[in-house]
Design a protein around this ligand. Structure first.
Ligand SMILES: [Zn+2]
Length: 175
């Protein structure tokens, strides 16, 4: 049992560098963006991960089999997607108000109910960068589980996340 788990973990970690490298190359480009350059590196890197679809949010963590569920960590909604976190999650209502006001100031239209993928529009609009970085700084959206744990109940959450991920992957592997 132990060996199999360790083998899986080794493979899972080996998969990461390729994605990390891609994100890092993108991140280097962003250093030329004065807004991004001025922001703390951890926040810019979360912003990048959201842009590239490789953020530590439910939908992606489930896809890479790092966890079984894609439910929202904040409100238990069934799907923790970028759309949910930016526009719907009730955990971030206050921070969303700040985000929308910042978008107004930047001259970026707020999302409307009729719009299919407002998250794509906002993440692709340089005028929205500052407002989004502020939102990320105000929230734990896209925080890797390890960083989240630092904020609250560090040891317990780390353990749960790591064990669940391993056990799930093992089940999937055994088919
Ligand atoms: Zn939520």
């Amino acid at each position: 049992m132990k060996t199999r788990r360790q083998n899986w973990l080794t493979r899972a970690l080996a998969r990461r560098p390729r994605e990390a490298q891609r994100a890092y190359r993108a991140y280097q480009g962003w250093k030329q963006d004065p807004v991004a350059a001025a922001a703390p590196k951890k926040i810019v890197s979360r912003y990048y991960q959201l842009k590239t679809g490789h953020a530590a949010i439910g939908t992606y963590l489930k896809r890479i089999r790092a966890q079984e569920s894609e439910a929202c960590r904040g409100c238990q909604a069934p799907k923790e997607s970028i759309h949910h976190l930016l526009f719907e999650c009730r955990q971030w209502r206050r921070q969303r108000g700040t985000l929308y006001q910042a978008l107004d100031r930047a001259g970026v239209a707020r999302p409307t109910a009729a719009e299919d993928h407002p998250e794509g529009r906002l993440l692709g609009d340089p005028k929205a960068t500052k407002a989004l970085l502020q939102f990320l700084a105000d929230t734990t959206v896209g925080c890797p589980p390890g960083d989240l744990a630092q904020a609250a109940e560090r040891a317990r959450k780390d353990d749960e996340w790591g064990l669940e991920a391993l056990e799930e992957a093992e089940k999937i592997g055994d088919g």
